[in-house]
Design a binder for this molecule. Structure first.
Ligand code: HEM
Length: 317
């Protein structure tokens, strides 16, 4: 697949690798993560909107939480991208629908090229706060000059601290999709994963190890499940569906679709780790929108997966 601007998925992943230097066996972004097991408990509120069975009855699922950096030893104490990817499972344990979301409220680019330029501009910011980088100018300032559509997303992002826990972070799917009901009627929606414990940012990470987030969640789960509400935002007629950098007005209807209840680290975490969480894997009853960024993602994810799965990990580090 080639973008309207002429970039292929191979070129995109080559540029991500050149900017971020991931280890060969890791995801080219979101390198460090772990997979947890849980259940989806539907609210019953989607039954009128979609024929998707997994959204309207209780199902098993797995959830991969990640640090967005291409570096496996990324610093969780610094502001940056965190990811939550959900895979709904059928009765045989096969994935039927994926949600792939990040702690962004709006995507900082309307094109795949813009996203790759941003990855390049932000390269090496794992140690330095984003604000310092903005103040210092250079590539990031150049990017912002070229990409006015990115200002809202980046401004909202730099105003936040790093998350204190995956369990207290909100994750948004950002793209529009459509529900389709049994009669073929369609309704545009976006989704978000809202922590039932509320959102809590890190006050000061000084006493914490740099990879504290996954062990913190594991310890927390020893005391009981951690839950997120899957919330869908319904679009009105005319709300744009093609551009993840344009948020819909917050007064649009928000429906609680159900509870994502995370119970334990998956005993098969290492095996799930090898799989792809693909935002375009949707079950019948849900359809993709006309968003070109969404359409491009699975191609880049496949290139990343082919490379990491064929890599010789070399000596353990
Ligand atoms: C053109 C846009 C994008 C590109 C090129 C891109 C690229 C990538 C790549 C190469 C991976 C590693 C995949 C793998 O090896 O399995 C990845 C993972 C991920 N991306 Fe993106 N991405 C894009 C947009 C987004 C957006 C819009 C979101 C959030 C809504 C997002 C969230 C994630 C998450 C959460 C993961 C980790 C998934 C997992 O745990 O397996 N990405 N991305």
């Amino acid at each position: 697949m080639t973008t309207p601007g002429g970039m292929t998925a191979v070129q995109a992943v080559n540029r991500i690798e050149a900017a971020g230097h991931p280890r060969p066996q890791d995801r080219r972004l979101h390198a460090r993560g772990a997979v947890f097991a849980g259940r989806f408990v539907p609210s019953g509120r989607l039954a009128q909107l979609t024929s998707a069975a997994h959204l309207t009855r209780e199902t098993d699922l797995v959830v991969r939480f990640s640090n967005g950096s291409p570096q496996h030893d990324a610093d969780d104490r610094t502001r940056g991208i965190r990811g939550m990817a959900v895979k709904f499972l059928d009765g045989e344990g096969n994935g039927v629908h994926d949600l792939v979301a990040a702690n962004f409220r709006v995507f900082p680019s309307s094109t795949p090229e813009g996203f790759i330029e941003l990855v390049e501009a932000l390269a090496g910011t794992t140690e330095t706060a984003l604000k310092d980088k903005l103040a210092a100018g250079g590539k990031l300032a150049g990017f912002l000059f070229q990409h006015k559509e990115s200002h809202a997303g980046i401004k909202a992002f730099v105003s936040r601290h790093a998350p204190a826990s995956f369990a207290t972070t909100r994750f948004d799917g950002l793209h529009a999709f459509h529900f389709a009901d049994a009669e073929g009627r369609r309704r545009a929606f976006r989704y978000r994963l809202v922590p039932q414990l509320g959102e809590v940012d890190l006050d000061s990470g000084r006493a914490l190890p740099r990879d504290f987030l996954l062990p913190e969640l594991d310890r927390r789960l020893a005391g009981g499940p951690v839950s997120f509400t899957l919330v869908v935002q319904l679009g009105d007629q005319g709300d744009p569906t093609h551009d993840p950098s344009i948020a819909w007005p917050e007064q649009r209807t928000l429906l609680p679709a159900g509870e994502i209840r995370i119970e334990r680290l998956s005993p098969d975490s290492a095996q799930w780790e090898r799989q792809v969480f693909d935002p375009t894997r949707v079950a019948p009853g849900v359809e993709l929108s006309d968003d070109a960024v969404l359409a491009f993602r699975p191609h880049a994810y496949s290139v990343s997966a082919e490379r990491r799965l064929s890599a010789d990990p070399g000596p353990a580090r």
